[in-house]
Design a protein around this ligand. Structure first.
Ligand code: FAD
Length: 440
């Protein structure tokens, strides 16, 4: 089954189930547009000519002809929604969840076949931030954190910051899926293995997406598209928003899940040092039962070797880590800047890593992604009710973000740029860093 999109009008093209077709040609005689032709061995359908009149369907004696309504192209996907969300990470699933709760008809598209996997995260989250959305549940909480330790890797000096249950280390594989389930339970339609590969536009305004599910391509019309497609965001680029990441705003990361290590299961460790991780830091986030996410990020413009090489060196220098076995290796980049231009356009909003909303000092982005997702959903609902999806109207989301998190992000970005890698073990930087860690 094929679909064609011509501006806002969607045409459903007739399809022939060749296993049923008896090649009688009965349908051809009724076709007013000349779209059907009896070929030598099969019925040939000219999709360009088919005008969706459906006159041929009752003329088929064996029920071989079907229209899209009888047999949807991809699962039960429809052609039109109020909102299409691209990407089912924390930003996208939260946007879909809250938009569906506000009564919008939402489609959430995720390119991976399993939401939340592979994980690209150390999985630390601040307690208060998490509680804004969900009560912690055992399946996706690995460790409760009540202390963090910031280590000056050059001197070995460590500073501890304690507090009651300052945060958690999540099992994001399950956490991300839980968020998507919330979206689905609220009424959003979720589709995995569905890659968005372009936008539909009308007079420059975004009006939907082009996507592929398995080997089937389809087009979906929606007055608002939310780009929650992560650090690699294409939605931003396709929309003409300025989102190419400068090297200086890119934290290049590698991480092992180490098993069999002796680590305090209630403490997150951060190691800073110019040699260790220029422009970044190394972390040890416990996951309980002798396991921990042990990773490291380096700022791309300062890196003299791949992040993995720095990480292997870090592990080799710490006996308690060297004893562990790496059971997974993950790599990924975090945007550690602020958006360099608008994060909204006509009919489009960017959220989460796509909008460069991770913390510039720590790279923590889960909670910010969820906050942005909810803000975008609220603005989408208002815009839909007002029938105004222009950039000017959607700018309420950008303003809401600036009000809620913008000042803190801008301050942390200034701090990141003010301190050179050599200065990042100074007392004042370590203090600022401690205030920005997920436990604070
Ligand atoms: P993502 O989680 O990246 O989700 C984007 C989704 O969009 C993905 O599922 C992707 O498959 C999908 N997608 C992309 N393109 C398409 C497309 N064309 N069509 C359909 N789907 C698409 N943050 C913290 O808060 N705490 C941490 O401890 C932490 N540690 C980190 C460690 C590492 C090594 C890295 C790389 C990041 C870390 N982060 C951490 C950052 C955090 O992971 C991100 O900020 C967060 O995941 C952003 O959420 P998101 O929904 O914006 O994007």
């Amino acid at each position: 089954m094929h679909t064609l999109c011509t501006g806002r009008r969607y045409v459903h093209v007739i399809a022939c189930r060749s296993e049923l077709c008896a090649y009688c040609g009965g349908c051809v005689s009724l076709c007013p547009s000349g779209a059907l032709e009896l070929g030598e061995t099969r019925l040939v359908i000219d999709e360009e000519r088919c005008n969706d009149c459906n006159l041929c369907i009752p003329a088929c004696s064996v029920g071989a002809l079907v229209a899209e309504q009888d047999e949807p192209a991809v699962g039960h996907v429809r052609r039109q929604y109020d909102l299409v969300v691209v990407g089912a990470g924390p930003a996208g699933s939260t946007a879909a969840w809250f938009a569906a709760e506000q009564g919008l008809d939402v489609l959430l598209l995720e390119k991976r076949q399993e939401i939340g996997s592979p994980v690209r995260c150390a999985e630390g989250i601040n307690r208060e931030m998490l509680l804004r959305f969900l009560k912690p549940e055992e399946p996706w909480i690995c460790a409760e954190i009540n202390r963090s330790q910031i280590v000056n890797a050059e001197t070995g000096e460590a500073q501890s910051f304690a507090g009651d249950e300052v945060g958690y280390v999540l099992e994001r594989r399950i956490f991300d899926r839980t968020l998507a389930e919330r979206a689905a339970s609220a009424g959003a339609q979720v589709m995995v293995k569905s890659t968005v590969d372009g936008l539909l536009k009308e007079n420059g305004a975004v009006r939907g997406v082009r996507a592929a599910h398995a080997d089937t391509e389809f087009e979906i019309y929606a007055p608002i598209v939310v780009g929650a497609d992560g650090v690699e965001s294409r939605v931003g680029q396709w929309s003409g928003l300025r989102c190419t990441l400068p090297q200086a705003d890119c934290l290049v990361c590698a991480q092992f899940l180490l098993v069999g290590i002796d680590v305090d299961p209630t403490c997150c460790y951060y190691y800073l040092g110019q040699e260790l991780a220029p422009g970044g830091y190394a972390w040890v986030f416990p996951k309980g039962e002798g396991k921990a996410n042990v990773g490291l990020g380096v700022q791309a413009d300062f890196a003299e070797a791949p992040a993995l090489e720095y990480l292997n060196r870090f592990i080799a220098q710490h006996r308690f880590l060297e004893q562990g076995s790496p059971v997974t290796l993950i790599t990924g980049n975090v945007p550690v800047g602020v958006a360099r231009g608008d994060i909204v356009g006509d009919g489009v909003m960017l959220v989460g890593d796509a909008a460069r909303q991770a913390d510039p000092l720590t790279g923590g982005g889960i909670a910010n992604a969820m906050i942005a997702g909810r803000l975008a959903a609220e603005v989408a609902a208002k815009a839909a009710a007002a029938g105004d999806v222009s950039r000017a109207c959607l700018a309420q989301y950008q303003a809401g973000w600036a009000e809620e998190r913008g000042r803190k992000m801008a301050r942390n970005y200034r701090l990141k740029n003010r301190f050179s890698p050599a200065q990042r073990t100074s007392r004042s930087f370590l203090r600022a860093f401690a205030l920005a860690t997920p436990g604070k």
